[in-house]
Ligand binder design. Structure first.
Ligand SMILES: Nc1ncnc2c1ncn2[C@@H]1O[C@H](COP(=O)(O)OP(=O)(O)OP(=O)(O)O)[C@@H](O)[C@H]1O
Length: 220
Protein backbone atom coordinates (compact mmCIF):
# COMPACT_ATOMS: atom_id res chain seq x y z
CA UNK A 1 0.00 0.00 0.00
CA UNK A 2 2.71 2.51 1.02
CA UNK A 3 6.22 2.29 -0.32
CA UNK A 4 8.98 4.85 0.20
CA UNK A 5 12.29 4.59 -1.59
CA UNK A 6 15.23 6.72 -0.45
CA UNK A 7 13.10 9.72 0.47
CA UNK A 8 15.04 12.89 1.32
CA UNK A 9 13.54 16.17 2.44
CA UNK A 10 15.28 19.43 3.36
CA UNK A 11 13.62 22.83 3.51
CA UNK A 12 13.95 24.74 0.23
CA UNK A 13 15.52 27.76 1.94
CA UNK A 14 18.28 25.80 3.67
CA UNK A 15 19.53 22.84 1.68
CA UNK A 16 22.83 22.90 3.60
CA UNK A 17 21.37 22.08 7.02
CA UNK A 18 20.82 18.48 8.14
CA UNK A 19 17.92 16.96 6.17
CA UNK A 20 14.56 16.75 7.94
CA UNK A 21 14.04 13.30 6.39
CA UNK A 22 17.19 11.41 5.58
CA UNK A 23 17.05 8.52 3.11
CA UNK A 24 13.80 6.95 4.33
CA UNK A 25 12.79 3.65 2.77
CA UNK A 26 9.85 1.65 4.12
CA UNK A 27 6.93 -0.52 3.12
CA UNK A 28 3.56 -0.65 4.85
CA UNK A 29 1.23 -3.40 3.65
CA UNK A 30 -2.48 -2.94 3.00
CA UNK A 31 -4.37 -3.42 6.25
CA UNK A 32 -1.27 -2.99 8.43
CA UNK A 33 -1.28 -0.71 11.49
CA UNK A 34 1.94 1.24 12.05
CA UNK A 35 2.84 3.45 14.97
CA UNK A 36 5.41 6.12 14.11
CA UNK A 37 7.23 7.16 17.27
CA UNK A 38 9.95 9.71 17.76
CA UNK A 39 10.85 12.81 19.75
CA UNK A 40 9.36 16.20 18.98
CA UNK A 41 11.01 17.57 15.85
CA UNK A 42 12.23 14.18 14.63
CA UNK A 43 10.25 14.45 11.37
CA UNK A 44 6.99 12.56 12.00
CA UNK A 45 4.59 15.21 10.65
CA UNK A 46 6.84 15.84 7.67
CA UNK A 47 6.87 12.14 6.86
CA UNK A 48 3.05 11.96 7.00
CA UNK A 49 2.75 15.05 4.77
CA UNK A 50 5.10 13.48 2.22
CA UNK A 51 3.26 10.15 2.24
CA UNK A 52 -0.04 11.98 1.72
CA UNK A 53 1.37 14.01 -1.17
CA UNK A 54 0.94 17.34 0.65
CA UNK A 55 4.70 17.94 0.56
CA UNK A 56 7.04 16.78 -2.16
CA UNK A 57 10.31 15.10 -1.24
CA UNK A 58 13.55 16.63 -2.59
CA UNK A 59 14.40 13.19 -3.95
CA UNK A 60 13.20 9.61 -3.69
CA UNK A 61 9.86 8.03 -4.45
CA UNK A 62 6.54 7.64 -2.61
CA UNK A 63 4.09 5.06 -3.94
CA UNK A 64 0.49 4.66 -2.75
CA UNK A 65 -1.04 1.50 -4.17
CA UNK A 66 1.81 1.51 -6.69
CA UNK A 67 0.94 5.02 -7.90
CA UNK A 68 3.81 7.52 -7.53
CA UNK A 69 2.05 10.27 -5.57
CA UNK A 70 5.35 12.12 -5.10
CA UNK A 71 5.68 12.62 -8.87
CA UNK A 72 2.05 13.36 -9.78
CA UNK A 73 0.75 16.76 -10.79
CA UNK A 74 -1.13 18.34 -7.87
CA UNK A 75 -4.53 17.71 -9.44
CA UNK A 76 -3.91 13.95 -9.67
CA UNK A 77 -2.38 13.80 -6.20
CA UNK A 78 -5.42 15.50 -4.70
CA UNK A 79 -7.75 13.10 -6.54
CA UNK A 80 -5.80 10.15 -5.15
CA UNK A 81 -6.01 11.70 -1.69
CA UNK A 82 -9.78 12.18 -1.92
CA UNK A 83 -10.31 8.61 -3.05
CA UNK A 84 -7.88 6.87 -0.74
CA UNK A 85 -6.46 8.87 2.15
CA UNK A 86 -7.88 10.33 5.35
CA UNK A 87 -5.78 12.82 7.31
CA UNK A 88 -5.97 13.69 10.97
CA UNK A 89 -3.88 16.84 11.28
CA UNK A 90 -2.07 17.83 14.44
CA UNK A 91 -3.53 21.35 14.24
CA UNK A 92 -7.06 20.07 13.35
CA UNK A 93 -7.50 22.59 10.46
CA UNK A 94 -11.14 23.28 11.37
CA UNK A 95 -13.06 26.40 10.39
CA UNK A 96 -13.99 28.47 13.48
CA UNK A 97 -17.09 29.95 11.85
CA UNK A 98 -18.54 26.62 10.70
CA UNK A 99 -20.43 24.19 12.90
CA UNK A 100 -19.20 20.67 13.64
CA UNK A 101 -21.48 19.25 10.93
CA UNK A 102 -20.44 21.90 8.40
CA UNK A 103 -16.76 21.32 9.17
CA UNK A 104 -17.20 17.59 8.63
CA UNK A 105 -19.12 18.12 5.40
CA UNK A 106 -16.25 20.17 3.91
CA UNK A 107 -14.62 16.79 3.20
CA UNK A 108 -17.54 15.98 0.90
CA UNK A 109 -17.29 19.13 -1.23
CA UNK A 110 -14.99 17.69 -3.93
CA UNK A 111 -16.71 14.30 -3.93
CA UNK A 112 -19.29 13.34 -6.57
CA UNK A 113 -20.87 10.32 -4.92
CA UNK A 114 -21.79 11.11 -1.32
CA UNK A 115 -24.12 8.13 -0.86
CA UNK A 116 -24.23 7.05 2.75
CA UNK A 117 -22.14 10.00 3.94
CA UNK A 118 -24.76 11.42 6.31
CA UNK A 119 -25.26 8.02 7.95
CA UNK A 120 -21.50 7.64 8.33
CA UNK A 121 -21.23 11.11 9.87
CA UNK A 122 -23.94 10.35 12.42
CA UNK A 123 -22.45 6.99 13.24
CA UNK A 124 -18.92 8.35 13.75
CA UNK A 125 -20.18 11.33 15.76
CA UNK A 126 -21.83 8.84 18.10
CA UNK A 127 -18.73 6.66 18.26
CA UNK A 128 -16.60 9.64 19.35
CA UNK A 129 -19.35 11.00 21.69
CA UNK A 130 -19.78 14.26 19.82
CA UNK A 131 -23.39 14.03 18.56
CA UNK A 132 -24.52 16.60 21.13
CA UNK A 133 -22.15 19.20 19.63
CA UNK A 134 -23.29 18.81 16.00
CA UNK A 135 -24.41 22.41 15.76
CA UNK A 136 -21.68 24.03 17.86
CA UNK A 137 -19.24 26.33 16.08
CA UNK A 138 -15.61 25.35 15.64
CA UNK A 139 -14.49 28.32 17.73
CA UNK A 140 -16.61 27.16 20.68
CA UNK A 141 -15.18 23.64 20.90
CA UNK A 142 -12.62 22.45 23.43
CA UNK A 143 -9.31 21.08 22.12
CA UNK A 144 -10.53 17.52 22.58
CA UNK A 145 -13.83 18.23 20.80
CA UNK A 146 -11.95 19.80 17.88
CA UNK A 147 -9.77 16.71 17.75
CA UNK A 148 -12.80 14.39 17.62
CA UNK A 149 -14.52 16.55 14.99
CA UNK A 150 -11.35 16.42 12.86
CA UNK A 151 -11.26 12.64 13.26
CA UNK A 152 -14.84 12.28 11.99
CA UNK A 153 -14.06 14.59 9.04
CA UNK A 154 -11.08 12.39 8.12
CA UNK A 155 -13.36 9.33 7.93
CA UNK A 156 -16.41 10.52 5.97
CA UNK A 157 -15.01 9.51 2.60
CA UNK A 158 -14.24 5.97 3.82
CA UNK A 159 -10.48 6.16 3.28
CA UNK A 160 -8.51 2.95 2.87
CA UNK A 161 -5.44 4.66 4.34
CA UNK A 162 -5.60 6.87 7.42
CA UNK A 163 -2.66 9.12 8.30
CA UNK A 164 -3.07 10.32 11.87
CA UNK A 165 -0.81 12.93 13.43
CA UNK A 166 -1.02 12.75 17.24
CA UNK A 167 -4.72 11.80 17.21
CA UNK A 168 -4.94 11.68 21.03
CA UNK A 169 -2.71 14.67 21.83
CA UNK A 170 -5.54 16.77 23.25
CA UNK A 171 -7.61 14.07 24.84
CA UNK A 172 -7.94 12.76 28.36
CA UNK A 173 -7.43 9.05 28.97
CA UNK A 174 -11.10 8.07 28.53
CA UNK A 175 -11.39 9.90 25.22
CA UNK A 176 -8.00 8.61 24.05
CA UNK A 177 -9.21 5.05 24.63
CA UNK A 178 -12.37 5.83 22.68
CA UNK A 179 -10.31 7.03 19.72
CA UNK A 180 -7.93 4.08 19.89
CA UNK A 181 -10.94 1.73 19.91
CA UNK A 182 -12.29 3.54 16.83
CA UNK A 183 -8.92 3.11 15.11
CA UNK A 184 -8.90 -0.58 16.07
CA UNK A 185 -12.37 -0.94 14.56
CA UNK A 186 -11.16 0.75 11.34
CA UNK A 187 -8.21 -1.61 11.27
CA UNK A 188 -10.61 -4.56 11.51
CA UNK A 189 -12.45 -3.12 8.47
CA UNK A 190 -9.15 -3.36 6.58
CA UNK A 191 -8.09 0.30 6.77
CA UNK A 192 -4.31 0.81 6.72
CA UNK A 193 -3.26 3.02 9.63
CA UNK A 194 -0.14 5.12 10.10
CA UNK A 195 -0.26 6.88 13.45
CA UNK A 196 2.39 9.38 14.55
CA UNK A 197 2.22 9.54 18.32
CA UNK A 198 3.99 10.05 21.62
CA UNK A 199 1.11 8.44 23.48
CA UNK A 200 2.22 5.18 25.18
CA UNK A 201 -1.42 4.02 25.26
CA UNK A 202 -1.13 3.08 21.57
CA UNK A 203 1.66 0.57 22.08
CA UNK A 204 -0.14 -1.00 25.04
CA UNK A 205 -3.60 -1.13 23.40
CA UNK A 206 -2.36 -2.02 19.91
CA UNK A 207 0.22 -4.72 20.63
CA UNK A 208 0.06 -6.08 17.08
CA UNK A 209 0.99 -2.77 15.47
CA UNK A 210 4.33 -2.38 13.71
CA UNK A 211 6.39 0.29 15.47
CA UNK A 212 8.60 2.54 13.36
CA UNK A 213 10.98 4.81 15.23
CA UNK A 214 12.33 8.00 13.70
CA UNK A 215 15.29 9.93 15.10
CA UNK A 216 16.56 13.14 13.52
CA UNK A 217 14.96 12.27 10.21
CA UNK A 218 16.25 8.68 10.04
CA UNK A 219 14.32 5.49 10.65
CA UNK A 220 15.98 3.38 13.37
N1 LIG B 1 9.07 23.42 5.53
C1 LIG B 1 9.96 23.45 6.52
N2 LIG B 1 10.95 24.36 6.56
C2 LIG B 1 11.85 24.38 7.56
N3 LIG B 1 11.86 23.51 8.57
C3 LIG B 1 10.90 22.60 8.62
C4 LIG B 1 9.90 22.51 7.61
N4 LIG B 1 9.07 21.49 7.92
C5 LIG B 1 9.52 20.96 9.07
N5 LIG B 1 10.62 21.62 9.49
C6 LIG B 1 11.46 21.28 10.67
O1 LIG B 1 11.69 19.88 10.58
C7 LIG B 1 11.76 19.29 11.86
C8 LIG B 1 10.76 18.14 11.93
O2 LIG B 1 9.43 18.69 12.01
P1 LIG B 1 8.15 17.76 12.19
O3 LIG B 1 6.99 18.67 12.40
O4 LIG B 1 8.10 16.82 11.05
O5 LIG B 1 8.51 16.99 13.52
P2 LIG B 1 7.59 16.07 14.45
O6 LIG B 1 8.38 14.84 14.74
O7 LIG B 1 6.26 15.89 13.83
O8 LIG B 1 7.47 16.96 15.76
P3 LIG B 1 6.24 17.08 16.81
O9 LIG B 1 6.14 15.75 17.51
O10 LIG B 1 6.72 18.18 17.73
O11 LIG B 1 5.04 17.45 16.04
C9 LIG B 1 11.50 20.40 12.86
O12 LIG B 1 12.74 20.85 13.34
C10 LIG B 1 10.81 21.47 12.01
O13 LIG B 1 11.08 22.75 12.53
Amino acid sequence: MIQLEHVMFAPANNQNSAPILDNISLTIKAGETCILSGASGSGKSTLLAIIGGLTRPCSGLVLINQAAISKMPDYHASRLRQQTIGFIFQQFNLFDELTVLENIRTALVPVKDTTGAEQRINRYLELVSLSHKKNAFGKDLSGGEKQRCAIVRSLVNSPTLLLADEPTANLDRANSILIIELLQWLSKQGVTLLIATHDPLFASLMPDATVLHIEQGKLR
